[in-house]
Design a protein around this ligand. Structure first.
Ligand SMILES: Cc1cc2nc3c(=O)[nH]c(=O)nc-3n(C[C@H](O)[C@H](O)[C@H](O)COP(=O)(O)OP(=O)(O)OC[C@H]3O[C@@H](n4cnc5c(N)ncnc54)[C@H](O)[C@@H]3O)c2cc1C
Ligand SMILES: NC(=O)c1ccc[n+]([C@@H]2O[C@H](COP(=O)([O-])OP(=O)(O)OC[C@H]3O[C@@H](n4cnc5c(N)ncnc54)[C@H](OP(=O)(O)O)[C@@H]3O)[C@@H](O)[C@H]2O)c1
Length: 445
């Protein structure tokens, strides 16, 4: 049987899915509504798929943020420890060029509907420049990303100033001279607060709990590289050491006016930021409690403090969404997400999710390994376990980290444990750096 695989997305996960399918001689096409490779890493001043802003640099260091098939050393040996969005976009596009992926990607094409018809049949409706097209494929790989559909908070009352989500925050300049309130304690909130504080009249940050903040460097090394040195330790011990290190590094949170931390490290997705604490101690960012209500241009906080603001920026995360599936068929937006290795569906054998996990670390090295495993299964060199349903349930009930029950915490994995689990299933010679010469190129249009 000739298999034909559709890949949704040509971001960091979609391109590695495509590359590894083609690598095994499988007929595959990727669809992307963007006009180039890069997904979230294609910065644009206009609202787009991307949620990065002018000054975004990654929070996972280059050492732990590279495809094994295409290390940064090969791309550009001078790549800094924490590359900018622009360097990353170039890296992903260089990967696509190196492995000759461009002829296999249909750009400016939205995947509108995916209908599962049986074990070897998907009917997929796409739209390119207003024209609909229906095609059949044997398998579907979903790599549509999970940081693009804003999740807005809601509060009693109405805010009459400017209200936006971090997805549409593109640069600090428009906030010059304004009184800004940033909501959230994740990486977007802390990055946005630091950036606006450079130009604003005032910047405050509202947290609904205390967060562990990890600096980007320890002892002159990227923090994730330092943490990697303890990956052989049980998670509990790693957590203990991380906490000790962070307590020594920052001292008492009371001195910063921040809410106390009540949960262990890892119980929320880690926030990595060098500048926030400096900005707080320099009086440039003011910590605030959770919001109780809006009253016109005023915000009332849960401790009774009432302040006037010109702009509120909600950095409150993203929905996990698959709008091309019927909601009765697949809807993971409110969790749980019972998928084996965060990619195999318990019942549908010809469906794969690539990159749909939230590591304490980088996404695309794991997406690369998932892609290799998907290809191994399609060519019949690997079989999924028979008890896959039980394994899916097990992943949900025994996650690597027991996290607080907020919407962003449904797909968390520990980077090192996840990579190890995926590698266990792959052949020893899974790294493949040689550019592929494809026997035939698909007719894309
Ligand atoms: C500000 C910010 C900083 C981040 N920093 C890091 C970091 O330091 N390290 C890290 O590992 N992760 C980081 N992330 C997470 C980010 O999700 C990943 O870096 C990475 O982009 C995931 O790649 P992906 O291919 O899975 O998704 P995306 O990059 O989102 O790509 C998905 C692609 O699918 C396409 N697509 C979606 N739906 C459709 C459709 N229906 N039809 C056609 N095409 C479609 C999109 O156009 C897009 O090109 C960050 C996220 C944000 C918002
Ligand atoms: N420089 C970078 O590389 C960078 C920059 C930005 C983002 N990112 C990545 O992008 C992804 C998304 O990050 P994100 O920061 O945008 O989102 P996020 O990780 O989902 O964080 C959302 C934050 O908003 C809070 N929140 C959600 N709803 C709220 C509400 N109703 N009221 C008050 N607070 C609320 C959450 O609180 P809880 O703790 O209670 O859930 C959390 O602190 C992550 O993977 C992140 O690492 C990376």
């Amino acid at each position: 049987m000739n298999y034909r695989v559709a890949v949704i997305g040509a971001g960091p996960s979609g391109i590695t899915a495509l590359k590894n399918l083609l690598d095994q001689g499988i007929d595959a096409i990727a669809f992307d509504r963007n006009e180039n490779v890069g997904g979230n890493w294609i910065y644009s001043e206009k609202e787009s798929h991307s949620s990065v802003f002018e000054t975004t640099h990654i929070i996972s260091s280059k050492t732990l943020s590279q495809y094994e098939d295409f290390p940064f050393e090969e791309f550009d040996p001078e790549t800094p420890d924490y590359p900018s969005h622009e360097v990353l976009r170039n890296y992903f596009q260089a990967y696509a060029r190196k492995f000759n992926l461009y002829p296999f990607i249909r750009f400016n094409t939205l995947v509108k509907r995916c209908e599962w018809k049986g074990p070897l049949e998907w009917v997929i409706t796409t739209e390119t420049e207003g024209e609909e097209r229906v095609e059949t494929f044997t398998h579907l790989a979903v790599a549509n990303g999970h940081h693009w559909k804003p999740r807005y908070p809601s509060y009693p009352g109405e805010f009459t100033g400017e209200f936006l989500h971090s997805h549409t925050f593109k640069k600090a300049a428009p906030f010059e001279g304004k009184r800004v309130l940033v909501i959230g304690g994740g990486n977007s909130a802390c990055d946005v607060a630091v950036e606006t504080s450079r130009v604003s009249a005032s910047t405050s940050i509202s947290w609904r709990r205390g967060y562990w903040i990890a600096p980007k460097f320890f002892f002159g090394k990227p923090s994730d590289v330092v943490a990697e040195g303890t990956k052989w330790l049980p998670l509990k011990l790693r957590t203990f050491f991380n906490q000790i290190l962070l307590k020594i590094y920052w001292g008492d949170y009371k001195k910063y006016g921040l809410r106390p931390i009540t949960e262990p490290f890892g119980s929320t997705h880690p926030t990595i930021n060098d500048e926030l604490m400096h900005k707080i101690r320099h009086g440039k960012v003011k910590p605030r409690m959770d919001i109780a209500r809006f009253e016109g241009n005023h915000v009332v906080f849960e401790d009774g403090k009432k302040e006037e603001y010109d702009a509120v920026i909600a950095c409150t995360g993203y929905w996990l969404t698959h709008p091309f599936f019927d909601k009765d068929f697949i809807d993971y937006s409110s969790g749980p997400v019972p998928l084996y290795l965060k990619m195999f569906h318990p019942e549908i054998d010809n469906l794969y999710f690539i990159g749909m996990f939230q590591p304490l670390g980088c996404i695309w090295p794991g997406a690369e390994l998932q892609s290799k495993l998907m290809a191994q299964e399609i060519i019949g060199k690997w079989n999924r376990p028979k008890d896959i349903k039980a394994l899916c349930e097990q992943e949900v009930t025994n996650p690597h980290y027991h996290q607080i029950a907020t919407p962003r915490h449904t797909i968390t994995v520990d980077y090192h444990l996840f990579i190890k689990a995926l590698k266990k299933h792959l052949p020893k010679s899974y790294v493949s750096k040689t550019p592929i010469t494809h026997p035939k190129e698909p007719v894309l249009n």
